[in-house]
Design a binder for this molecule. Structure first.
Ligand code: AP5
Length: 190
């Protein structure tokens, strides 16, 4: 394996994909090669071909053993990729059975991350962004529950760091301050 592996996480709707896409453009300008891979898309391709789901937002409701199997297959696929890689995923996934770790041991050993980034912002901003995004079937959730999920993600990230020795960075993605988030993200990726 060669290159840098940066795992980027954040609760749904915090804007991690927006920050990743904009950071990728900056990296191209700076001539720093990176490939961005969406972990959920890798899982979804298998889940759909096996007839488990019709859209990606249904994956959170699948039996947790099926979610774990899909996780493992996605991690194995991404684990073989060469070069600098951004992995767009989740520190934890909120399921009806509780918080499912996004990077359990069998995923970490495939990915070997150098850094885990937590994209965060205030829970009220996340709530409004979710309400404004009609392209997705977001879970109905209040601000307090979103705040709890962000706290849990910090705890999961600390556990992943203890297991692998990777660093953990927090990048704030505040309303109307996307440029600040991009600056902070590119600093991690350089
Ligand atoms: P995934 O594809 O990662 O879905 P998601 O979490 O819903 O992420 P999105 O990409 O939709 O949201 P985002 O936070 O990136 O926000 P966006 O940039 O769109 O995962 C799908 C599924 O895969 C998961 O639910 C799970 O089931 C599964 N999965 C993935 N990884 C897994 C793992 N490791 N283990 C198990 N399962 C896994 O932005 C949202 C909105 O905010 C947009 O409208 C945008 O314009 C706006 N916005 C963004 N930034 C700003 C800003 N600074 N100011 C104002 N508006 C902003």
């Amino acid at each position: 394996m060669s290159g840098k592996r940066v795992v980027i996480t954040g609760v749904p709707g915090v804007g991690k994909t927006t920050v990743i896409d904009a950071s990728m453009k900056r990296l191209v300008e700076e001539n720093i090669p990176y490939k961005a891979v969406n972990f959920g898309t890798c899982m979804f391709e298998t889940a759909k071909s096996e007839g488990f789901v019709e859209d990606r937002d249904q994956m959170r409701t699948l039996d947790k053993d099926i979610q774990k199997k899909l996780q493992k297959l996605a991690a194995q696929r991404i684990g073989t990729m060469e070069g600098n890689i951004i992995i767009d995923t989740h520190a934890s996934v909120k399921t009806p059975a509780g918080y499912l770790p996004g990077l359990p041991e069998w995923v970490l050993t495939e990915l070997h991350p150098n850094t885990i980034v937590l994209v965060e912002t205030d829970e009220d901003q996340i709530l409004l962004r979710r309400m404004g995004d009609e392209s997705r079937k977001r879970d109905a959730e209040g601000s307090r529950s979103i705040a709890e999920h962000q706290q849990m993600n910090r705890a999961f990230a600390a556990a992943y760091a203890m297991m692998t020795g990777c660093t953990v960075q927090i990048v704030r993605n505040e309303n109307f301050l996307l440029d600040h988030a991009i600056d902070a993200m590119v600093a991690v990726l350089r």
